[in-house]
Design a protein around this ligand. Structure first.
Ligand code: GDP
Ligand code: MG
Ligand code: K
Length: 296
């Protein structure tokens, strides 16, 4: 039985929500900027294993309403909670519980959707008793189904958290293909840029075009270089040959012009690696990619 579901992540800024998502999907998404406050739920990350899929949603817009518009935004964000299977409320164990945390807790209180409290940054706690005190304090609120202390940065206990989430999932479909980890708009743009170059270089020789998947995107720590690897999917072996070209010349040309465009887009030096793979039914995948693209 395959299980799947949607999980909202909430928590005030800097508690480590993005870091947790990066750890959950098992890779660093290079470009990370917090999106402006909107009522829309954006897909933050998709976790997939053999038996389950968890779609993590970012739910911004929870704040004290200052006016009518603010009220509508808060209501939209609160409504969003009733449409998910689980809520993850992330707090920072290295800082005192603040008004921001309290406000979110008040918004969440009474929610019919189960809430898991994630106490992050436990690597910064030296004294175990301190952690017990924090857990006790939150437990006294009687509003959390489960309390999971983690370190998103060190990857500590993240597996446990995933298992806790999985317990709450019901039977459901695999909404997204295995490779899909995020709807980072940059990834969609970069994939589109590469696809455009392929189409340009192969003219009409590959009649049904191609799909491009960004497999990895990671900024180097020491230098201003972003490593990107991407797979160009086509439908037939013969198409693969056409895209690669004699002695790999065509693929080289595609890579060079795509790299130049991506460098302009991201304002950083890029090391681009391209692979060509044959995959039947890629057009379904392309639909998913397009849907993702519209998400932002
Ligand atoms: P967000 O605003 O909730 O998405 O928070 P971020 O994921 O951007 O993290 C904010 C800061 O906290 C960053 O400097 C992270 O490196 C740091 N951080 C996140 N998780 C941990 C953790 O488990 N331990 C420590 N020590 N720092 C963390
Ligand atoms: Mg963030
Ligand atoms: K983000």
């Amino acid at each position: 039985m395959f299980k799947s579901g949607f999980v909202s992540i909430v928590g005030r800024p800097n508690v480590g929500k993005s870091t947790l998502m990066n750890n959950v999907v098992g890779e660093k998404i290079a470009i990370m900027s917090d999106k402006p406050q909107t009522t829309r739920n954006t897909i933050q990350a998709v976790y997939t294993d053999d038996e389950s899929q968890v779609v993590f949603l970012d739910t911004p817009g929870i704040h004290k309403p200052k006016n009518k518009l603010g009220e509508i935004m808060v209501k939209a964000a609160t409504d969003a909670f009733s449409n998910v299977d689980l809520i993850l409320f992330v707090v920072d164990s290295s800082r005192k519980i603040g008004p921001g945390d309290r406000r979110i807790m008040e918004d969440l209180r009474g929610s019919k959707t189960p809430i898991v409290l994630v106490i992050n940054k436990i690597d910064q706690i030296e004294d175990k008793d301190e952690l017990f005190d924090i857990i006790k304090m939150y437990d006294d609120e009687k509003m959390f189904k489960e309390i999971v202390p983690i370190s998103a940065l060190k990857g500590k206990n993240v597996k446990t958290l995933i298992n806790v989430i999985k317990e709450d999932l019901e039977e459901g479909p695999k909404y997204f293909p295995d490779y899909m980890v995020t709807d980072q708009p940059e990834r969609v743009l970069i994939a589109e840029l590469i696809r455009e170059k392929v189409l340009h270089y192969v003219d009409d020789e590959v009649p049904h075009g191609v799909a491009v998947e960004i497999e990895r995107m990671k900024a180097r720590k020491d230098k201003e270089i972003i490593d990107i690897s991407a797979v160009i999917y086509c439908e037939r072996d013969s198409h693969k040959g056409i895209i690669i070209g004699k002695g790999g010349r065509k693929l080289k040309g595609i890579g060079k012009s795509a790299r130049q465009d991506i460098e302009l887009l991201l304002g950083s030096q890029i090391n681009l690696q391209l692979w060509v793979k044959v995959k039947e039914n890629w057009r379904n995948l392309q639909n998913y990619i397009n849907n993702f693209g519209l998400n932002d």
